[in-house]
Write a protein that binds this ligand. Structure first.
Ligand SMILES: *[C@@H]1O[C@H](CO)[C@@H](O)[C@H](O)[C@H]1NC(C)=O
Ligand SMILES: *[C@@H]1O[C@H](CO)[C@@H](O)[C@H](O)[C@H]1NC(C)=O
Ligand SMILES: *[C@@H]1O[C@H](CO)[C@@H](O)[C@H](O)[C@H]1NC(C)=O
Ligand SMILES: *[C@@H]1O[C@H](CO)[C@@H](O)[C@H](O)[C@H]1NC(C)=O
Ligand SMILES: *[C@@H]1O[C@H](CO)[C@@H](O)[C@H](O)[C@H]1NC(C)=O
Length: 347
């Protein structure tokens, strides 16, 4: 946990109060507006100097800038529409899997359908799998997606533009779809389309470890990032301006690559998303901000991931005699096939 600076605590409290007032004043009667905007006045702060490099709060709080006015944007998930939709989960679904995918990643989806997300594997575990994506302007690509959807019945497309900075729309679309369509699911797994999941072991992990140790509700398990720096490098893909996120460090949150939740958590997160202002880094928004807002504490499964682009993934898996690794980030589809083969070989 990041040590809390008393000033930050105060500022957070003030902001929360102002936000609450803002929300109370705003009536949610509008049905067609997707983004609710309210103006919030942020009191003076300077988070950038609030911590030393070791994360300890500094003692100086001088040179605070004056008040700034900032527009807070909310996503109204209830107003989202599905351009492509799928049938609800059957009532006996044990596991619901939703995968953030990009419209043009048909090859990655094909590999998932042929490996860990095959009909045979899903049936075995009473699982359902959908790919979540946004809209594209390319009409040919849209037509291909509709064909793909007719064929495999696993694509859900929300009516937002599918771009990097819109990933939080994707996250909210996923949370909402699962909340509304899969209320009987025991567990929910969120992944990206470049993650290869040893689904047999993950289900075993859920059955034994989770049901015995964690209980059946309030579960959020994943690869936890602690004390992550907010990226202030303007040429970086992850650049986040102080305006978007004033603090220097993120609160504890889970990598978006793969995380597991119980159904009640998905529902709580979705409902909370209607109240917590938009922030574009989707994994932080969901497993940091929404989790924080709902008092859900993530549990670490860190030793079960291979995330960095490790040179020798098959070597690591062959060596993995205790079969720890169940979530592997794969750089390309040939590696994905190889990882799946390695998973099966170690049984
Ligand atoms: C999706 O469609 C609904 C209904 O037409 C609309 O209110 C909403 O603004 C659309 N969403 C986006 C992100 O454009
Ligand atoms: C995000 O999606 C909305 C709704 O489709 C769109 O208006 C907006 O331009 C998109 N933002 C980015 C950064 O692509
Ligand atoms: C900023 O990001 C760019 C692009 O990723 C990288 O080339 C550069 O080295 C980074 N600069 C710093 C100071 O980290
Ligand atoms: C496999 O394990 C052995 C013994 O611990 C170690 O020497 C070797 O470097 C490991 N190989 C890989 C690819 O990690
Ligand atoms: C896939 O990624 C691996 C590991 O980075 C690399 O060695 C291999 O050449 C890549 N294969 C293709 C077809 O790009």
């Amino acid at each position: 946990m990041i040590p809390r600076h008393p000033l930050i605590f105060k500022v957070t409290t003030i902001c929360a109060t102002i936000l609450l007032i803002g929300l109370l004043c705003y009536s949610r009667e509008s049905t067609v507006i997707i983004r609710k905007e309210i103006v919030v006045t942020i009191p003076p702060y300077d988070f950038d100097d609030s911590y030393n490099d070791d994360g300890k709060p500094t003692t100086t709080t001088t040179d605070l800038p004056t008040s700034t006015t900032k527009r807070q944007m909310f996503i109204d998930g209830d107003a989202l529409e599905y351009s492509i939709d799928q049938e609800k989960c059957a009532d006996d679904r044990y596991l619901m899997i939703y995968i953030h995918s990009a419209p043009e990643h048909s090859e990655r989806r094909r590999v998932i359908r042929n490996t860990w997300g095959s009909t045979q594997v899903l049936t075995k575990h009473k699982a359902k799998l959908i790919f979540i994506m946004g809209e594209v302007s390319d009409l040919n690509l849209q037509a291909t997606l509709e064909t793909e959807s007719d064929l495999y019945k696993d694509i859900v497309q929300g009516n937002f533009t599918d771009t990097y900075r819109n990933l939080t729309y994707k996250a909210i679309t996923g949370l909402r779809w699962v909340t509304e369509n899969c209320p009987k699911a025991m567990y929910v797994l969120k992944t990206d389309d470049d993650i290869v999941v040893d689904i047999h072991r993950v289900v075993r992990l859920m059955r034994s470890y989770i049901e015995n140790k964690w209980g059946k509700t309030n579960i959020l398990g994943g690869y936890i990032w602690t004390h992550m720096n907010v990226d202030r490098n303007k040429s970086s893909k992850w650049y986040t301006s102080p305006d978007e996120f004033p603090e220097k460090y993120f609160l504890k949150y889970c990598s978006g690559s793969a995380y597991m939740m119980s159904y009640d958590v998905v529902k709580k997160f979705y409902l909370k998303s209607l109240e917590i202002p938009f922030f574009w880094v989707d994994d932080y928004y969901v497993t940091g901000m929404l989790a924080h807002g709902t008092n859900v504490t993530p549990t670490s499964l860190n030793d079960r991931y291979i995330l960095e682009n490790k040179a020798n993934i098959p070597g690591l898996l062959k060596n993995d005699t205790k079969t720890r690794f169940v979530f592997v980030h794969s750089p390309n589809t040939s590696m994905s096939n190889l990882v799946w083969k390695n998973y099966l070989d170690r049984w």
